[in-house]
Ligand binder design. Structure first.
Ligand SMILES: NCC(=O)N[C@H]1[C@@H](O)[C@H](n2cnc3c(N)ncnc32)O[C@@H]1CO
Length: 147
């Protein structure tokens, strides 16, 4: 799992087109989304994560919680982003991992939005620019090497 974390004044997206034959079904309301004062987390779920998705979910949640507490963010935007890795997990595994991360972050008390999975989306982001505003993390299940 590769994550790019951007502490932002806002992140907004608009769904444009299908990027998969069968993208995640979404409501009219989910075609656009915006959060203010948010930690945007762009995530590529990787092949190696398929060996232990639950462990990767927990490690990702722990990393996101750690960064959120450092930048004092209590809103998280989970953003599926297939451009941070050349060894992507299959879409069905990736979607389940991202849905579970969303669920777990809510359980931890965050306000959470997740951008729709399997679409091309326009987005606008306003990065705050402070020293911890742009971070990346790589997460692998135990026993896997980081490539
Ligand atoms: N920017 C637009 C976009 O990335 N669209 C991606 C993601 O929404 C999603 N997707 C597919 N596989 C993955 C994966 N392994 N990890 C994360 N997202 C994935 O499917 C789209 C096409 O790859």
């Amino acid at each position: 799992m590769r994550m790019l974390l951007i502490h932002s004044d806002y992140l907004e997206y608009e769904v444009k087109d299908k990027a998969l034959k069968s993208p995640e079904p979404i409501s009219e309301e989910q075609k656009k989304g915006r959060l203010e004062e948010v930690l945007a987390v762009f995530m590529s779920v990787e092949k190696a994560d398929e060996t232990n998705p639950e462990e990767v979910v927990e490690k990702a949640v722990a990393e996101i919680k750690d960064v959120a507490s450092q930048v004092k963010a209590d809103r998280i935007f989970v953003y599926p982003f297939a451009h941070l890795s050349s060894e992507l997990a299959k879409p069905d595994v990736a979607l389940k991992v991202l849905q579970r991360i969303e669920e777990r972050l809510r359980e931890e008390g965050f306000e959470v939005k997740r951008a729709p999975f399997g679409y091309y989306k326009a987005f606008r982001l306003s990065c705050k620019g402070h020293p911890l505003a742009e971070l990346s993390r790589t997460i692998v299940p135990s026993g896997e090497a980081v490539s």
